[in-house]
Design a protein around this ligand. Structure first.
Ligand code: 13P
Length: 261
């Protein structure tokens, strides 16, 4: 089974809509300029909500190959939920993906696995692929319980989904201690947990679903370390934070195949 690599840039709360347009334009030019098709690598940017309409307009007008995603979604479909954004609204904007359960949402907004599960369902109902984030904090890693901790998150976030919904799920393993710290997990660390996640999906659903599901690594990914991570058999892409704000650096990450390890 060959899984199409996925490189997603999570901008977090950075870049306004004008900066977003300039960044996506430069990213697309840089990828095209190198005369390398990025057709065999899916390239996704995840800007703030306020940028999405501008990015959609640019991508559609210039027929760019870059896709775009939201960073969160409401579990509700519509109604009196001040400040929330529904999956239907994101679908209308042409979002192919949406990040859910990022550790920053879990930490600063108290999001639980049960809520993430509801958000995954809301996205599946609108045909949007959820990028479900999981990963352990430092104390859990130090205690050697990182695999069990992360698998429990996966189990609870993906509980009782239909097979056709699972086809729309991507998992991102982001150890919390590696996010924004410059401390990247080793490729072996990433493979250990990501391999275990794939094993769990076999157990929970089927070998076929596990085989086709893309599982990403996130946490201090840069052009200098991406190739080593991508060389691991179960690592199918990266969820990139800080380094995705620089379109030239992010384009280099997307072209990981050209790097020498
Ligand atoms: P950094 O790449 O900045 O460590 O962020 C990772 C992340 O949280 C992506 O969602």
């Amino acid at each position: 089974m060959t899984r199409t690599p996925l490189m997603a840039g999570n901008w977090k709360m950075n870049l306004d809509h004008l900066e977003a347009v300039a960044t996506v334009q430069k990213l697309a030019w840089t990828l095209d300029d190198a005369k390398h098709s990025y057709g065999d690598v899916e390239v996704v940017v995840c800007p703030p909500f306020t940028d999405l309409r501008s990015v959609q307009t640019l991508v559609e007008a210039d027929k760019l190959g870059v896709k775009y995603a939201a960073q969160d979604v409401s579990k509700h479909t519509h109604g009196a939920y001040t400040g929330e954004i529904s999956a239907k609204m994101l679908a209308k904007l042409g979002c192919a993906y949406t990040v859910v359960g990022h550790s920053e949402r879990r930490e600063y907004h108290g999001e639980s696995d049960a809520l993430v599960n509801e958000k995954v369902r809301a996205l599946c109902a609108e045909g949007i692929t959820a990028i479900v984030c999981v990963g352990e904090p430092l104390e859990i890693r130090k205690a050697g319980e990182h695999v069990a901790y992360t698998l429990k998150q996966v189990r609870d976030c993906l509980a009782d989904l239909d097979d056709n919904h699972l086809a729309q799920v991507v998992i991102a393993y982001e150890p919390v201690w590696a996010i924004g710290t410059g401390e990247v997990a080793t490729a072996d660390d990433a493979q250990e947990v990501i391999g275990a996640i794939r094993g769990l999906v076999v157990e929970m659903y089927s070998a076929e679903i596990a085989d086709s599901m893309r599982i990403l690594y996130g946490g201090s990914v840069k052009s200098s370390n991406v190739a080593e991570l991508m060389a691991k058999p179960d690592v199918d892409g990266a969820l990139v934070g800080g380094a995705s704000l620089d379109p030239v650096e992010f384009a280099k990450i997307c072209r990981f195949r050209e790097h020498v390890i």
